[in-house]
Design a binder for this molecule. Structure first.
Ligand code: BES
Ligand code: ZN
Length: 607
């Protein structure tokens, strides 16, 4: 094995990835060179991807290169200018198709694939100009996590296969397009519509990201800034003014930020997630622009991934809690450092409430779904997003924090990130490291902390640390008074957003039309500017079939694409005969403007 190949294979997971067709045990792409043209008319990307290869052991023993693809039209594959035989395998609903390339002798150091994406590519959303704020230009953005990179890049799409990349991206010239990627900007030729990027740090394909459209930039700090459509930019810059502080606070606990810049792009409202931690360039939903910074913990979350996830990456999607549980824990630490312990505690209580109800429900129907180390046989890892990996995962780390104290636990995590940076991590390997470095081999302490139960058993172990905040005593008292007598006198107009959120989430279920009416008349929840509060109230609207707010509900469902808001609302509407037809009507109207990833989830809900 060459020294380079040895390093590539050593830094990687030994666990096989059931979600990739790649034959990563014998050969791996280490670098990608993309040259892509964006065709906004046909809604396709076309171009070439050159993959540099590293072989494990004797290359002669490896006669095929298996890559992942989803709907790619492959025109040809070449090595050193000579055509290679290739075949696309049968389509699998979750995995896509295997792209098998026959390797000639001697084995090539690189292969080049010429291809076009399909108009239904699951990573891509092509927006018409009318779906943007100014309406001037069309817009394109990617979402590669979990298994969607393969719908726009032919490579081994596994979190355990890290690759550096460079890219040339071509857009129509002279129309004012800007292209951004989660990578370093190279020499852009804006007039010709040619943009160049370089990513010197190896990343798994799920972190490769691109956006193009009418996009402007504003710096926020020495290494931080924000991209957005011009009309959104000033609001976004104001909302995000603390991002540099967030980086400083995180570095103080977990060590240097390793990615150079940290910018954020605010995407159009159809972005299916809240945020996506694309390295150097977080992708974010505009639904967090509340005007009072109350929802910026989402940026703390995506920043935290710069350590947990991007630096030390889950080896397979079963290890997803290593990404999201650690990140949710660190998110809380960043929020506490920048906005104070009161604010962090309130957010924690809100997420724990959701964790509690989710676990309670899942224990009845699908208890194994509450296990941190996820069994994903026959499952799409996109469905992992939710309180288990995130908040049960974070709760486990909080148990460790409480047991060992912050100084020791922080030192442990910092050393862990440092030791495994730009590498991959399996759950089993993490537990070995945890036992060795934090428990220093103390078997009694290990058993007492219930580590194996936390990671491999359903439900919440008995040493779960329940968060508390005195701030919610007032909101709960106000809910009680309202529930008993309709009195709203205990509601204080100066509550923080988190307190409002707690109030609305704690309201009785069900409520009468008179109760709904009283609340909305007093506080205008159904049209609240804070989308979390509005969503919480619209859930009551859906559950109680409260018709006066159906118009606002419809407007909400038609104006954004964030899956976390859409899925529970449609599900609640589908539950009752009174609202099922309404759900179907709204969905039929809104579906064309939703992202393919949201559509995949919602098609199973509204049917
Ligand atoms: N990496 C996730 C988003 C994701 C996970 C996309 C799995 C596709 C598959 C991102 O970091 C995330 O967790 N986003 C959350 C925000 C957060 C504050 C909990 C979201 O989008 O809601
Ligand atoms: Zn996350």
């Amino acid at each position: 094995m060459s020294p380079i190949a040895a390093a590539v294979f050593a830094a990687s997971a030994t666990a096989p990835d059931i979600h990739s067709f790649g034959n990563a045990g014998v050969v791996r792409p280490t670098h990608l060179a993309l040259d892509l043209t964006l065709d906004f008319e046909q809604k396709v990307l076309r171009g070439t991807c050159e993959l540099t290869l590293a072989y494990a052991g004797d290359p002669a023993a490896t006669d095929v290169l298996d890559l992942d693809s989803r709907g790619l039209k492959v025109e040809n594959v070449t090595a050193d200018g000579k055509a290679l035989a290739f075949e696309l395998g049968a389509q699998d609903a979750i995995l896509g198709e295997r792209l098998r390339i026959r390797l000639p002798q001697p084995r090539p150091a690189s292969v080049q694939v010429t291809y076009t994406t399909s108009p239904g590519a699951t990573a891509l959303q092509w927006l018409e100009p009318r779906q943007t704020t100014s309406g001037k230009l069309p817009f394109l953005f990617t979402q590669s996590q979990a298994l969607h990179a393969r719908s726009w890049i032919p490579t081994m799409d596994s979190p355990g296969v890290r690759q550096t990349f460079e890219a040339i991206v071509r857009v129509p010239a002279g129309r004012g397009f800007t292209v951004v990627m989660g990578a370093e900007n190279g020499a852009h030729d804006v007039d010709k519509g040619v943009f160049r990027f370089r990513m010197p740090q190896a990343v798994p394909p799920y972190l490769i990201a691109l956006a193009a459209g009418e996009i402007a930039f504003q710096p926020l700090g020495p290494r931080t800034g924000v991209y957005a459509e011009p009309a959104v930019l000033p609001r976004a810059a104001k909302e995000f003014e603390d991002v540099e502080k967030m980086v400083v606070a995180t570095e103080a606990i977990y060590g240097a930020y390793d990615w150079g810049r940290w910018d954020t792009i605010v995407l159009p409202p159809s972005f299916p997630f809240g945020g996506m931690e694309n390295p150097r360039l977080t992708f974010a939903t505009p639904t967090i622009l509340a005007g009072d910074k109350s929802l910026v913990s989402l940026l703390a979350h995506e920043l935290a991934h710069s350590w947990s996830g991007n630096l030390v990456t889950n080896a397979t999607w079963s290890d997803f809690w290593l990404n999201e549980g650690f990140t949710s824990y660190i998110e809380g630490r960043i929020v506490e450092a920048v906005y104070g312990v009161d604010f962090a505690d309130m957010e924690l209580v809100l997420t724990q409430r959701e964790l509690g109800t989710t676990i309670e429900e899942m224990l009845k129907e699908a208890p194994d779904g509450t296990i941190l180390f996820a069994n994903l046989e026959g499952k799409d890892p996109d469905d992992l997003v939710g309180p288990i990996a995130y908040d049960k995962g974070a709760s486990f780390l909080r148990v460790l924090e409480a047991r060992f104290g912050r100084p020791r636990f922080d030192a442990f995590l910092k050393a862990y990130f440092q030791a495994h940076r730009f590498g991959n991590m399996t759950t089993a390997r993490f537990l070995e490291i945890l036992k060795r470095d934090l428990f220093v081999g103390d078997e009694a302490a290990w058993a007492d902390a219930k580590v194996m139960e936390w990671v491999y058993q359903p439900g919440l172990p008995s040493n779960y640390v329940v968060a508390r905040t005195a701030r919610f005593e007032r909101t709960r008292a106000a809910v009680d008074a309202f529930a008993k007598s309709g009195d709203l006198g205990l509601v204080k107009k100066d509550w923080s957003s988190a307190e409002w959120q707690d109030f609305v989430e704690s309201l009785p279920r069900p409520m009468t039309p008179a109760q709904m009416e009283a609340l909305d008349a007093a506080f205008g929840f159904s049209t609240a500017g804070n989308n979390e509060i509005r969503f919480d109230f619209l859930m009551h609207v859906a559950r109680n079939a409260w018709a006066p707010a159906f118009e606002s509900l419809e407007q909400f469902l038609c104006s954004l694409g964030r899956r976390k808001f859409l899925t529970p609302l449609y599900a609640a509407l589908m539950e009752s005969d009174a609202t099922r037809d309404l759900a179907k009507r709204i969905y039929t109207k809104a579906r064309p403007s939703y992202h393919p990833i949201a559509v995949a989830t919602l098609d199973a809900v509204v049917k």
